[in-house]
Ligand binder design. Structure first.
Ligand code: 2M8
Length: 440
């Protein structure tokens, strides 16, 4: 974090801030992403949070994952939200009554949503164990392994709607990058009646500036999509014929491949065979390159299964396959070129942080959520990818930009990609957690 007393002081200051933030967001058996905006447990947040907790509170890291996986469905899906029953009705929209998941086959006893998020949990579990290996961590891996395998089975089985070996998402929320410009084209085909939102009250805009959040039109479509999935009781059979949003996302599938690599390592610890995981990882990387790589743009794009076409927007999602250790050299070089272009500005010395959308695109919006602002999780994933592909120079530049953001803005949810001003929740858990990991 820089040499000399200043670097050491900054590191100590950041560590204290991160720990205070995580402790304040701990809630009995899990960590909330934010007390105001997101008061329940979120799936991929918990995985990132566990990675950070491993550095300071390893027991809690395992608890976090255990609580989440206790709400796994019988079909293997890990729900994107596990609701806290102690909270009053209406503390988050859409709440448990809206999802009404309890009536679906194989839903757990706890109230949950019915959709998933990127499966970053196996890589997270592996990092937690590697950071603090112990008898307890080995026991935790034994407990989690079958559940992580079931999660992969769900995504590569029922969710392989396109039949090409990749998982598809049925809602933009499943990508984690809710209102990314990547989803504009497929969402345009989803019927949207802003009047449907009159029956509900959004809570996000009570806690964050409406101009920094998805629009009412976005929310109308989000609700329409949940209505459609819930009407089929969250079943995945026949989705291609009936569901209005079916997309193969490069981030979700890069993480899916990464998870097989992590499971291969976990398998060796728990006495299972790592071979099948390695084979599956190879197949996922191949499918990702075949189906989502565009030689014309030199980056990865989501594939809209309803039109069969790649979605042209060049977002940060396209850079995420760099986390795959077996990404072929041609794709590695070209994703690096995309990341270092003026679109994303990656450099050994960065003058601005990594945005979530192409800075040169006409629909780049520096204040609005996933349409431009800098986020710590996508920055962290790219950082890990750069380390994997032996670019310590670029990794150092990106890591320094991460530190500078949080040092100036605090543990915010996202940041203005030019000024670095903090946006969204001011005490956001994954910002704190991934900061701790980058500091280590
Ligand atoms: C955001 O998504 C939720 C819906 O799941 C929301 O806007 O209410 C996203 O940033 C998502 O990636 C994140 O997991 C969640 C909680 O931090 O918030």
């Amino acid at each position: 974090t820089g040499s000399g007393p200043t670097g050491a002081e900054r590191a100590a200051r950041l560590r204290r801030l991160a720990l205070t933030t995580l402790d304040a967001n701990w809630e009995h058996d899990h960590t909330v992403p934010s007390r105001t905006l997101y008061p329940h447990q979120w799936s991929w947040d918990s995985a990132f949070i566990a990675v950070g907790l491993a550095h300071v509170r390893p027991d809690r890291a395992w608890r976090e994952l255990r609580t989440l996986f206790a709400a796994q469905w019988a079909d293997g899906r890990v729900p994107h939200i596990v609701f806290n029953p102690a909270l009053r009705v209406g503390s988050y929209f859409p709440g448990p009554e809206f999802w009404d998941a309890g009536r679906a086959d194989g839903a757990p006893a706890r109230a949950t949503s019915g959709i998933v998020q990127p499966p970053v949990h196996a890589p997270a579990a592996w990092l937690v164990h590697r950071r603090a290996p112990s008898e307890a961590s080995v026991a935790a891996l034994h407990r989690l392994y079958p559940r992580l395998v079931a999660q992969q089975r769900y995504l590569t089985g029922r969710r392989d709607v396109g039949g090409g070996g990749l998982a598809c998402i049925v809602h933009p929320w499943e990508s984690g990058l809710d209102n990314s410009p990547a989803w504009d084209a497929p969402l345009a085909a989803v019927p949207a009646d802003v009047a449907v939102m009159r029956a509900y009250r959004r809570h996000d805009t009570a806690h964050a500036d409406a101009a920094h959040r998805p629009t009412d039109l976005d929310y109308a479509r989000y609700v329409t999509l949940v209505d459609a999935y819930r009407a089929g009781r969250y079943r995945d059979e026949g989705l291609l014929g009936r569901h209005p949003f079916l997309v193969e996302c490069p981030l979700v599938n890069a993480v899916l491949g990464m998870s097989e690599h992590a499971l291969a390592r976990i398998a060796t610890v728990v006495g299972a065979d790592p071979g099948p995981h390695r084979d599956r990882a190879t197949r996922i990387t191949e499918a990702l390159v075949t189906r989502l790589w565009d030689p014309a743009t030199g980056t990865f794009h989501p594939r809209d299964l309803r039109t069969g076409r790649l979605i042209p927007a060049r977002t940060v999602l396209g850079l995420m396959p760099l986390i795959l250790p077996d990404l072929p050299p041609r794709q590695v070089q070209s994703v690096l070129a995309e990341a270092c272009s003026p679109r994303f500005g990656l450099a050994a010395r960065m003058d601005r942080p990594l945005p979530t959308h192409d800075r040169t695109a006409p629909d780049f919006e520096p204040l609005r959520y996933w349409r431009g602002p800098s986020w710590i999780n996508t920055t962290w994933m790219l950082w890990r990818g750069l380390l994997t592909h032996h670019r310590p120079d670029l990794a150092a530049g990106l890591r320094e930009s991460l530190f500078a953001l949080v040092d100036r803005g605090g543990c915010h949810e996202y940041f203005h990609p030019d000024t670095g001003a903090g946006l969204g929740s001011p005490a956001f858990s994954w910002t704190a957690a991934l900061l701790l990991d980058a500091l280590a």
